[in-house]
Design a protein around this ligand. Structure first.
Ligand code: ADP
Ligand code: ASP
Ligand code: MG
Length: 359
């Protein structure tokens, strides 16, 4: 998606914020808290950010909440196109596009209509980040477009959106701070597809996140990014913020991870492409893994092994239809007295004509 399209979609989104009431959200009070991950479409523009922040505020009334955010929709693609432009020596173009990325975020900040003091503070934060971004995109000198540079550039999407989302939460009276996950998500140095070292990530992450949670502050953590042991920024691969959500849920020992996206849950096929797609209400970890691994973009496949290992329940829910229950992924929950023979949704899926074409 080009930045122009992003801006068009943003324009289309403006208008009265449609705050939908949030019924229960994570279904029950959770002892260890919940992690809520918001995808790029849930964050595209001030209205959507405030709407998503409303869901977080409702969840904080029941549980400790850690938020994980993607970049606003289209921004990672755009940052990567800047990296490609640098590789091709199109320096002036790359520079202009980088300035547009910063302007887009400053525009969302304006639309959030924060009080003057917060607005100034967040503007300064965005401008500092923007300065770092522009530093990576020199107007005249050619730079080596390495995989490492691609990751450094791509990381700005989540770093910018986390600051805006924390500000949206503050506007709703929820104490929140942005946390850059490269401070604690330790990875190998396979840039653009880095693997996290879970044990060290957990230890380092707890030292940062638990004191915030204990103080009643919502950490707004960047998805997608980590860093090598010598501090170089990495990314966990495209669409990997869901995986970051699971990693961070594991770090804080959350009982549940909720992946907030733009459809009512996981379907037998992409509901935007197939009218025959049916919503799946309950999935085992293996069933969800099979769907994700076959290309269903709605959930990153790497979420499932970690969720299964840590027995974390994962929900996939619709930010724009929060009254819908969503898809639950976890160990089977059989109603008392029922027999373990009820047909699994993926058995139904296997009979569907959409089999093998869920992507
Ligand atoms: P987010 O920005 O929230 O991470 P994604 O675009 O990564 O959202 O994933 C959500 C999209 O996944 C949906 O809009 C839908 O078009 C697509 N999708 C593909 N396969 C499926 C499926 N089996 N069930 C639900 N959504 C699917
Ligand atoms: N922003 C990253 C991407 O577009 C990660 C994600 O959204 O899951 O790939
Ligand atoms: Mg996604």
């Amino acid at each position: 998606m080009s930045l122009e399209n992003v801006q068009d979609e943003l324009e289309a989104e403006r208008g009265p914020a449609d705050v939908v009431c949030y019924a229960g959200g994570v279904q029950k009070q959770s002892a260890n808290g919940v992690a809520l991950k918001f995808g790029g479409s849930s964050l595209l523009g001030a209205d959507r950010m405030l709407h998503a922040a409303g869901l977080v505020r409702a969840a904080t009334r029941e549980s400790r909440v850690t938020v994980v955010v993607s970049a606003m929709k289209g921004v990672t693609d755009h940052l990567l196109s800047i990296a490609h432009a640098l590789a091709q020596g199109k320096l002036a173009y790359a520079r202009r596009e980088a300035e547009l990325v910063l302007d887009l975020h400053l525009g969302v900040l304006n639309d959030l209509q924060l009080d003057e003091e917060t607005n100034l503070r967040v503007r300064r934060e965005l401008q500092l980040l923007g300065g770092d971004l522009l530093h990576e995109v020199p107007a005249h000198d050619r730079v080596a477009a390495t995989a490492e540079l691609f990751d450094r550039l791509a990381s700005f999407g989540e770093r910018l959106s986390a600051r805006l989302f924390a500000a949206a939460l503050e506007k709703l009276g929820v104490s929140a701070v942005p946390v850059t996950s490269s401070e604690f998500v330790l990875t190998c140095d396979t840039f653009r597809d880095a693997q996290p070292h879970l044990e060290q990530t957990r230890e380092r992450g707890r030292a940062i996140l638990l004191p915030l949670l204990e103080e009643g502050i919502v950490p707004v953590v960047t998805g997608f990014i980590g860093a090598t042991s010598d501090g170089r920024i990495t990314t966990l691969g495209r669409n990997s913020s869901d995986f970051s959500g699971a990693i961070i849920a594991h770090v804080v020992d959350a009982d549940e991870l909720v992946i907030w996206t733009d459809v009512d849950g996981i379907y037998t096929a992409n509901p935007k492409e197939s009218v025959e797609a049916r919503l799946l209400h309950e999935l085992s970890y293996d069933e969800a893994h099979a769907l994700a691994a076959s290309g269903a973009k709605v959930l990153h496949a790497k979420v499932l092994p970690l969720a299964a290992e840590t027995e974390m329940v994962v929900w996939v829910r619709n930010t724009f239809n929060p009254l819908a229950r969503g898809t639950r992924i976890g160990s089977p929950r059989l109603p008392r007295g029922s027999r373990a023979t009820s047909q699994s949704p993926v058995q139904n899926f296997a009979k569907s004509p959409q089999q093998g074409s869920v992507a």
